[in-house]
Write a protein that binds this ligand. Structure first.
Ligand code: GCU
Length: 598
């Protein structure tokens, strides 16, 4: 009988724990919040004993009654949050599995207020508990999630526990095979958000599609009084309008106004204020249009060429998952130094600090969900997971002018179930945000002669812009072959060469045909840039990759040492000659553009 009750209570708890996060609250920087960052106690739990032993209760060994308590957070080691565990503790560098995090915090209740615990991201599968009770679970390592804790917090000391498990899953997104390090943990900020009973949970402000003289958008209230009037203001543009939401708390609006448009050269951001009787929120928003005309990309109605670079969210110098404004400043600073007006953030949504900095720096952004290489295309849970990551990526960044592309995937092998899966995501993305362009990084090409390839991936039909990944001169052929090779597309749509590159160890020298040397990489860039410039419909580039990054697939001793060395800068920020080859190419391109505009 006792065993049966134990199993039943365990199953009940598992069911309760499976609760999903509450609808995402956007614009964390604009909210009243208490940071829960800092040192959290941890228990590394390779056998996940903590579920049955109920680590989430944060019990004290001295409280043991019937059976001994064999854990003690207070006496356990700590990890810094935000931050992955792999780069913080040498012995956890290769660790994949569950780690339990616990921290206590004090709370003082306020009338007419609601509280949410907000995670910027946690890789990969997370169970969250407050004061020993489950709040819910979240799958996916790169998008934010929040749980409402109103009425669950106690006056004084509260205990928050998160079990974070970065074990790879065959039906996960990504699946089990990636060319980046599977950094685990509470990798981004954790906050306690406090909002009024009824608050502005989400909103969208964009130039109306096809009529740039109007701002079109919506506001979503959340709470008991969600039909109260909402006032929208853009003070610097003399805009002020009060609108009334419907019974679901949603109100759509259109605001005729004349705005200075956001461009990479002049990334103008406006203070936008959304207020109700009880809530008031500021956000910095830029306004621009982005569209496709034939094979051209138009920003604010004018053709634009994307001078870009691809990059991972890896911290320069210290290594590990990047998360801070300083990390973003260093990485995007190098992109600016290259002469970029565009960054491809791969292969997962990067942190909000980086996106908001791109907004301020004037860097256009390609943002991608980790549908990477082969995944479980037939598994409905995998589709639901990918759809949720797409939804949350768009929800968090839909008001960032810098973001112009939602990328659905990278180098996925063509098959009917794969294409149906991605076409579903394309439809979702268009439904969630009709103002941006949908793309994917493709590498399915057909031979059209010995040195000619045609991009004819069936997914191209469903995309606005096509990304082409090609590694001529590294994974096949020689750098010089690029002088003769031709690439074309089956589709009359803009093409972005989203990846090309070669590994080079900083400081390793040799002649231009010696692989792994700086000279080989620089030489490859010279020939590649000549080749891609001839591709019909080319609208941009994002070579692979800004900085060397950790990868479990790259063990070559003395050269890779678990780094992918295709960076134009090393993981310590040392610039390789190829950096200057690309910088020169972009400078000349920019000068030619300026001369043509004269
Ligand atoms: C692939 C892939 C990258 C990878 C790169 C490489 O194309 O998209 O994630 O790191 O090539 O092989 O270096």
């Amino acid at each position: 009988m006792k065993a049966l009750t134990a199993i039943l209570s365990f199953l009940l708890l598992a069911a309760l724990a499976a609760a999903q996060p509450s609808p995402l609250i956007t614009n964390l920087p604009g909210r009243t919040s208490t940071s829960l960052d800092g040192a959290w106690h941890i228990i590394v739990d390779p056998y996940e004993s903590g579920l049955r032993a109920r680590y989430y209760e944060n019990a004290k060994p001295q409280d043991a009654r019937t059976s001994p308590i064999e854990y003690d957070f207070a006496a356990s080691e700590t990890l810094k949050v935000p931050g992955d565990w792999n780069s913080q503790k040498e012995r956890l560098f290769f660790y994949e599995g569950p780690v339990w995090y616990q921290r206590s915090f004090s709370f003082k209740a306020r009338d007419h207020a609601r509280q949410f615990v907000y995670f910027g991201a946690a890789n990969y599968y997370t169970r969250v508990y407050l004061n020993g009770k489950p709040l819910g679970e979240h799958e996916g390592g790169f998008t934010p999630f929040n749980f409402e804790v109103t009425g669950k917090l106690v006056e004084g000391e509260n205990s928050l526990v998160a079990e974070v498990n970065n074990a790879r899953r065959a039906n996960g997104v990504p699946a089990s095979n990636t060319d980046w390090w599977n950094y685990g943990g509470l990798t981004r900020d954790v906050s306690l958000i406090e909002v009024p009973d009824t608050f502005v949970r989400d909103y969208s402000f964009q130039l109306a599609k096809g009529s740039p003289g109007e701002v079109a958008g919506w506001v979503q209230l959340d709470g008991s009084a969600q039909t109260q009037p909402v006032t929208i203001e853009i003070p610097d543009a003399g805009v002020r309008k009060t609108v009334t939401p419907d019974a679901t708390g949603r109100v759509d609006f259109r605001l005729p106004t004349k705005l200075t448009l956001w461009t990479p050269d002049d990334p103008k951001l406006y203070d936008v204020v959304i207020s109700t009787g009880t809530d008031k929120l500021h956000d910095s928003i830029g306004f621009r249009t982005v569209e496709v005309q034939g094979t051209q990309l138009l920003l604010n109605g004018k053709p634009i060429f994307l001078r870009g670079i691809s990059m991972h969210e890896e911290a320069p110098n210290r290594g590990g998952r990047a998360y801070s404004p300083d990390d973003a400043q260093t990485l995007l600073g190098w992109a600016k130094e290259l002469g970029c007006n565009f960054v491809r953030l791969t292969h997962y949504p990067h942190n909000e600090n980086a996106i908001r900095l791109a907004d301020r720096m004037g860097l256009l952004v390609w943002s991608e969900i980790p549908v990477y290489w082969d995944i479980a295309w037939k598994d409905p849970e995998t589709l639901a997971n990918a759809e949720a990551q797409l939804r949350d990526m768009i929800a968090r960044d839909r008001n960032r002018a810098a973001v112009i592309f939602w990328s659905l995937s990278n180098e996925t092998p063509v098959s009917p179930e794969r294409t149906i899966f991605l076409q579903k995501l394309a439809a979702d993305a268009r439904q969630l945000d009709s103002t941006r362009l949908i793309t994917s990084a493709l590498n399915h090409v057909t031979d059209a002669g010995p040195e000619k390839r045609v991009l004819d991936d069936p997914l191209g039909e469903s995309l606005d812009v096509l990304g082409l990944n090609e590694y001529l001169g590294w994974y096949f052929g020689h750098p010089e072959d690029a002088d003769r090779w031709q690439w074309e597309s089956k589709y009359a749509k803009p093409i972005i060469v989203s990846e090309f590159g070669a590994d080079a160890l900083y400081g390793k020298h040799g002649d231009a045909s010696a692989r792994w040397t700086e000279e080989y990489q620089a030489n490859l860039y010279v020939h590649q840039l000549g080749m891609v410039a001839k591709i019909p419909g080319l609208a941009g580039l994002s070579p692979w990759v800004l900085m060397d990054f950790h990868s479990p697939r790259r063990p070559l001793p003395g050269i890779q040492d678990y780094y992918n060395r295709k960076g134009l800068v090393s993981n310590l920020g040392q610039h390789k000659p190829a950096f200057y080859v690309l910088q020169k190419f972009y400078k000349e391109m920019n000068e030619k553009k300026a001369a043509a505009a004269q």
